[in-house]
Write a protein that binds this ligand. Structure first.
Ligand code: PFF
Length: 444
């Protein structure tokens, strides 16, 4: 049977797209990057760059997906027949593969924490030591990563409506609620205000080129733009929906959850005597400590870890979905088999990343661990280059009228908003991305 599925409701699409965006980027990466890059100034730059560079590209990906109603590769083939633009889609599939290979490692860490939470070993523990143990035990990291990938495969093989949409609908609101409760606890700790200042009062003298560029990379990562994931998701969307509005919902929710994550982490960092520049372990070390300060903290921690696991899974679904959709090509009968094969291959490619904090910690590629190198390859090369090509495709290859008509669908006409967006996609986004790219290569 050949048919292209559709989301069953508008809310389903927004939640699924937000589910792809909100994940480890906002909850794990954002706090540790802000912690090592000046706090508030990083947050401010991140917001500005998300709005002026990330959001226009998100709208561009939505536009390509909905207009073509095709997966990442065939979308470009349909809109620019006979050209080489579909290599943008192939690159997206390839980078998705690498992205999920290390993303699933951190997904596995969450499972390890969940296990420890359930067995009670996260109460009054030395949280730094626990993190060290979780990331370095070879059998545990690989087993946990494997289970995380199995969960991802199970949902993706069921197709978008049954799997991704249903799960997203309940998990995301629950996660918001929980973050708000956690924020209240963290903000009422003694000495919390210093953390609030760290996150919200920027020190402009601390701006460096490096900070700007890190913030731009983070903007792409958290919005899931650059590898055509959002092209694939929007291809399941009907003509009735207003793409720009959907994009703003996703951007708004994403910034909001970064703010919440920051308001949970930093007050606790200062109140409980941790270091903001702790690095990738920050969230894993600080969060259990905050729960430890709460009545019934052990139970809440377990519930929270389950929600965090779902936020991570909804991002992982989207990454596997682009690979599977590109290979399935609307032939629903092949979805199950292709989900299994690609998911298991991604797991195997990810094993060295999983081991790179323990037995393979001496292996270096260009001075980085295997995990860090994979992250660098995707975040600093794959996403910026992909986003650049997507902006060029929409701004210079597609006819302006076609783009305008597509974005006006489901609206009363965007008016001046369209012109602002078009200028952003033509000039601001490509120039911004070239700067990130050059810098990540160390050229500027
Ligand atoms: N946006 C996800 C996160 O912040 O965790 C990660 C991600 C998903 C990046 C999908 C890119 C992507 F295409």
């Amino acid at each position: 049977m050949k048919s292209h599925e559709q989301w069953t409701s508008k809310l389903g699409f927004i939640l699924a797209a937000a589910g792809s965006a909100i994940g480890l980027g906002a909850i794990w990466k954002f706090p540790y990057l802000a912690g090592t890059n000046g706090g508030a100034i990083f947050f401010l730059l991140f917001i500005i760059l998300t709005i002026f560079v990330g959001a226009p590209i998100l709208i561009a990906e939505f536009m390509v997906g909905r207009n073509s109603q095709k997966d990442a590769v065939r979308a470009y083939q349909k809109l620019a027949p006979g050209s080489k633009w579909h290599y943008v889609g192939y690159a997206g599939v390839l980078f998705s593969f690498i992205l999920l290979s290390f993303y699933s490692v951190v997904g596995g860490w969450i499972l390890s924490y969940l296990w420890r939470g359930l067995t009670g070993s996260l109460t009054d523990a030395d949280y730094g030591a626990v993190f060290g143990e979780v990331i370095s035990n070879p059998v545990e990291v690989v087993a946990a990563q494997f289970i995380f990938m199995l969960m991802t495969i199970f949902v993706v093989k069921g197709g978008i409506q049954k799997g991704i949409e249903r799960a997203s609908k309940y998990m995301m609101p629950a996660l918001f609620l929980f973050f708000i409760i956690l924020g209240i606890r963290s903000l009422t700790l003694d000495g919390a205000m210093e953390g609030v200042r760290f996150l919200l009062y920027p020190d402009f003298s601390a701006i460096t080129g490096e900070t700007i560029l890190m913030a731009l990379g983070q903007a792409f990562f958290t919005l899931s733009v650059g590898i055509s994931v959002m092209v694939t998701y929007a291809s399941y969307l009907s003509n009735k929906e207003n793409l720009t509005k959907s994009a703003f919902s996703v951007v708004g929710l994403n910034i909001f959850i970064c703010l919440l994550a920051g308001l949970v982490i930093f007050p606790a960092v200062f109140a409980l005597g941790f270091e903001p520049g702790e690095g990738p372990g920050l969230v894993f070390v600080v969060l259990p400590a905050v729960f430890n300060e709460m009545a019934f903290g052990g139970v809440f921690l377990v519930i929270f870890l389950i929600l965090l696991l779902f936020a991570t899974l909804t991002s992982a679904f989207s990454i596997l979905e682009i690979v599977v959709a590109a290979l399935v090509k609307d032939d629903a009968g092949r979805r199950g088999k292709i989900s299994w094969i690609s998911g298991l291959l991604i797991f195997m490619v990810g094993v060295p990343s999983a081991l790179s904090f323990g037995v393979l910690s001496d292996v270096q590629i260009f001075g980085k661990s295997i995990f860090d190198f994979s992250d660098f390859l995707v975040t600093n090369l794959g996403l910026p280059i992909g986003a650049l090509f997507i902006s060029l495709f929409v701004a210079y290859r597609l006819p302006r009228e076609l783009v305008k008509e597509e974005l006006n669908k489901g609206t009363k006409g965007l008016g001046i908003l369209f012109d602002i967006w078009y200028a952003a996609i033509r000039y601001i986004a490509p120039v911004g991305i070239v700067l990130v790219f050059l810098s990540s290569l160390g050229i500027i």
